[in-house]
Design a protein around this ligand. Structure first.
Ligand code: ADP
Length: 459
């Protein structure tokens, strides 16, 4: 059987049947161990009462009396010393009885056929309607020796109880099996829903609504499953958007390179045009190279081991070198930079952090106005370090500010179109700062300037 439903139903039915069998078995053992001797004793007393009554009433019409006893619920077998015998009451299914037993009782002994009845399963000892399964008692009547064998007529005495018990067991079995069939459907149904949902996910459909409102483990599983599928959907959307952004960002410089390469093929081309075309091609390849470098860095930052190169390094030296590196750009843009950098040693990944400062500084230069200013401040506090970069550039609107850390996001293209960029820089910054368990905040005023504050805990 393949479905969990049929497995569950079959297992439960098997358990019900097995426990019924165990019940029978235990009851049988109990009968043989405890009840059988008691039953024997009880019936012995009855036999003794009957025989002593017969012996006391010598005038008694034996036949009539025994017919009477049989009619109140006993099966009897009477034999006298001459071997003449007679049955009273309901017939025995099996009339076999050893001659030795008969002569033994006729000789004055009692026969404990009930106690000695062989051990069999299913309480048959109690119900076995056999002459062997009786109590034998001797008595004297009209100077003749008799032996009487007796057992209660179970059919007559317990017929109603018998039927009642039988029906009870049948109804119990039918109702428990049908209840199991119904209730397991209810239990297993959500699992079937979950299974078809996983199939949907496999096929790339992440819109999952399970409609399982339960408080138990399956309910929690369904809730987690829905959350997981919604995360998967977000990831899938991000992946598609990312691929389309990457393709677009590669496509435009490649088209430019192709176009200008074709133009270079022309025969009569002035030196000036040639230099201009080559310049554009070089610019576009630089852009492509930067893009690939940033993409590779971003992907490597997703991996766990990206923070494994942390060590103590001289932050002041690193920042001063960076400023030095960008002197030419500052000059070109006519932007003045002032800084306050105390000597500070910091534990972190120097290469990654260099990327952070570089991105923030180049942004502050790129998005500045002519004759603008940049202020770089490092605050070395007891438990943390703050690096603050303030510029007097184009600033950002509130809605732009909320999106700048997204991959490929570039604010208002009409303003930034002339400025080179990939939209990946701040995503890298954000990721690196998070890896160092730090935070980054931004304060910006539209057309007035922007301040980035990086706070890194000292670990
Ligand atoms: P880009 O390569 O475009 O600079 P970033 O991820 O570094 O990509 O920045 C994302 C966007 O955030 C930029 O396109 C720009 O619109 C905005 N931005 C970043 N830094 C500044 C800044 N100092 N002043 C104004 N806008 C900025």
């Amino acid at each position: 059987m393949k479905s969990i439903y049929s497995k569950f139903v079959l297992t439960t039915i098997a358990i019900i049947l097995a426990s019924t069998l165990i019940g029978f078995f235990v009851a049988n053992t109990y009968y043989h161990q405890v009840m059988k001797p008691l039953n024997d004793e009880k019936n012995l007393k009855v036999a003794q009462q009957i025989t002593s009554y017969i012996e006391a009433q010598q005038q008694l019409d034996l036949e009539k009396y025994l017919v009477n006893i049989a009619s109140i619920g006993y099966q009897l077998y009477l034999i006298d010393e001459t071997g003449r015998d007679r049955f009273f009451g309901a017939e025995f299914k099996n009339n076999q009885l050893l001659e030795k037993v008969k002569s033994d009782v006729l000789a004055g002994n009692y026969y404990h056929g009930m106690k000695e009845f062989p051990r069999e399963t299913f309480v048959t000892g109690f119900f076995a309607n056999e002459l062997r399964n009786t109590i034998g008692a001797p008595f004297k009547h009209e100077n003749k020796q008799y032996a009487i064998f007796l057992r209660p007529d179970i059919k007559l005495l317990f017929n109603e109880v018998h039927t009642l018990l039988g029906w009870m067991i049948v109804i119990m079995l039918i109702s428990s099996i049908s209840l199991v069939v119904i209730s397991s459907k209810f239990l297993v149904q959500p699992i079937a829903k979950l299974t078809s949902a996983t199939k949907k996910i496999q096929e790339g459909n992440f819109n999952i609504a399970l409609d399982i409102n339960r408080q138990d483990e399956i309910g929690r599983l369904a809730k987690n499953f829905e959350e997981m599928s919604s995360k998967l959907r977000q990831l899938d959307e991000m992946r598609t958007e990312f691929v389309s952004n990457v393709s677009h960002d590669f496509q435009s410089p490649l088209l430019n390179i192709q176009g200008y390469a074709h133009l270079l093929e022309q025969e009569h081309l002035s030196q000036q045009d040639k230099a201009a075309y080559i310049g554009i091609i070089l610019q576009e390849t630089t852009r492509l190279s930067l893009l690939t470098k940033q993409l590779l860095l971003l992907t490597s930052l997703e991996k766990e081991e990206s923070y494994s190169k942390a060590k103590i390094f001289d932050l002041m030296k690193q920042l001063k070198e960076l400023v030095h590196k960008y002197m030419w750009l500052l000059d070109e843009k006519k932007v003045t930079l002032t800084y306050t950098i105390p000597p500070v040693q910091f534990y972190g990944d120097p290469a990654l952090l260099y990327n952070v400062w570089e991105n923030l500084l180049t942004n502050a230069i790129k998005y500045n106005r002519e004759n603008g200013e940049i202020r770089l401040t490092v605050c070395d506090e007891e438990n943390q370090l703050q690096v603050i970069i303030t510029d007097t550039g184009i600033g950002m609107k509130e809605e732009e500010k909320n999106r700048i850390f997204e991959r490929f996001y570039r604010a208002d293209l009409s303003r930034t179109r002339s400025i080179e960029g990939t939209g990946l820089g701040l995503s890298i910054v954000y990721k690196v700062v998070s890896l160092h368990q730090g935070t980054i905040s931004v304060v910006s005023e539209w057309q007035a300037g922007t301040t980035f504050i990086v706070t890194l805990p000292k670990l």
